[in-house]
Design a protein around this ligand. Structure first.
Ligand code: ZN
Length: 344
């Protein structure tokens, strides 16, 4: 890692350039096709890597420049899935989305993101993170017309994810992160089979493993949902003790402008903590001092070598200049606190 403490990283997505997809839009369709699309994706990955490096981010990622959607882009490439006949379902009990349909036994007959991961690894000397959806969030982002059991399907996805993740880790990727926003909604399922399927997906990778749990992008359905959660968001309270006992190395939580009580971090004793210090639901760019305040507050509950200043969630819906400003603020805020700690 670049520093011995407070290494910065991002959760996942970054805005796409205007020539690749329509800006400021979630799940925007590609503006290129065929070979031009493949080349365009690679150029976008190069671009976001340079932007993260120049901002001073320590553990960089591809910003999901090769994916239209963080879940369906994987599901659509599996056998047993009909992605042409899409269905509308409610995701995380919150918003309607057009999703692929499972019509038979799911199987991974070819590598899915492995070539993208290889390209990413070759483009930077910094430690790299690669993100994959988690099994529960996958199950929640499709219409199941075959298994008729979220648990059964999650167990199948966990095996598929593990096969994919093993090939990605073998390329020299430093961190593989599974995105499980569904962990903040279906707490009983998290306990019953969510943690177990996540561990299956992350088993034996030989790199650091992470799970990202969040309150979502800054879209209206999420903002409306957050208003129903009361003055303290305690969703993590039931999940963190289970994750503390799991083999997952790193866990994220939202700390910037959220109502999450930071003492919940103590429930994750022993784990690396990705501290969300950038609000992705606001276009206002944090000052480095604001980031530093969030990091200092979290330091009451986690040692600096285990604290990774991070974004709350993905930044794909934000204007590019805003996202870039936030990356710089994140790195600068971490640097302020690093300096303070060195002077003690
Ligand atoms: Zn998120």
């Amino acid at each position: 890692m670049s520093h011995s403490i407070l290494n910065t990283t991002i959760v996942g997505s970054l805005p796409k350039p205007v020539w690749l997809a329509e800006p400021k839009k979630l799940w925007a369709p590609w503006l290129l096709e065929g070979e031009a699309l493949a080349e365009g994706m690679q150029d976008a990955v190069r671009l976001v890597l340079r932007e993260q490096e120049s901002a001073g981010i320590d553990i960089v990622a591809d910003g999901e420049q090769t994916r239209r959607h963080f879940v369906t882009s994987l599901i659509e490439q599996l056998d047993g899935v009909d992605f042409a006949n899409r269905k509308t379902v409610r995701i995380r009990n919150r918003y309607a989305a057009d999703v692929p349909m499972v019509v038979g036994p799911v199987a991974r007959t070819k590598p899915i993101f492995v070539e993208h991961a290889r390209f990413l690894r070759a483009q930077t000397d910094r430690p790299v993170k690669f993100t994959l959806p988690g099994p529960m969030t996958m199950v929640d982002t499709l219409y199941d017309g075959y298994y008729r059991s979220r648990e059964k399907l999650a167990r199948e996805f966990a095996k598929i994810l593990n096969a994919e993740a093993r090939e990605i880790a073998a390329l020299g990727i430093d961190v593989i992160q599974f995105d499980e926003p569904a962990f903040n909604v279906f707490m009983d399922e998290v306990r019953d089979w969510g943690i177990e399927t996540l561990e299956t997906a992350a088993a034996g990778l030989g790199c650091k493993t992470a799970v990202h749990i969040c309150y979502g992008y800054g879209i209206k359905a999420n903002d409306d949902w957050k208003k129903t959660l009361g003055s303290e968001w305690r969703q993590y309270e039931s999940t963190f003790p289970l994750l503390a006992k799991s083999k997952i190395d790193q866990v994220s939580l939202e700390c910037a402008n959220s109502h999450v009580p930071l003492e919940l971090i103590e429930l994750l004793r022993g784990k690396d903590i990705m501290v969300g210090a950038i609000d992705v639901a606001s276009a206002e760019i944090e000052t480095p001092e604001k980031v530093a305040q969030t990091v200092r507050a979290a330091l009451k509950y986690v040692a600096p070598e285990k604290l990774y200043p991070c974004t709350n969630c993905g930044m794909v819906p934000l204007p590019r200049a805003v996202a870039q400003g936030k990356l710089k603020a994140l790195a600068a805020g971490a640097a302020i606190v690093r300096k303070e700690l060195a002077q003690r």
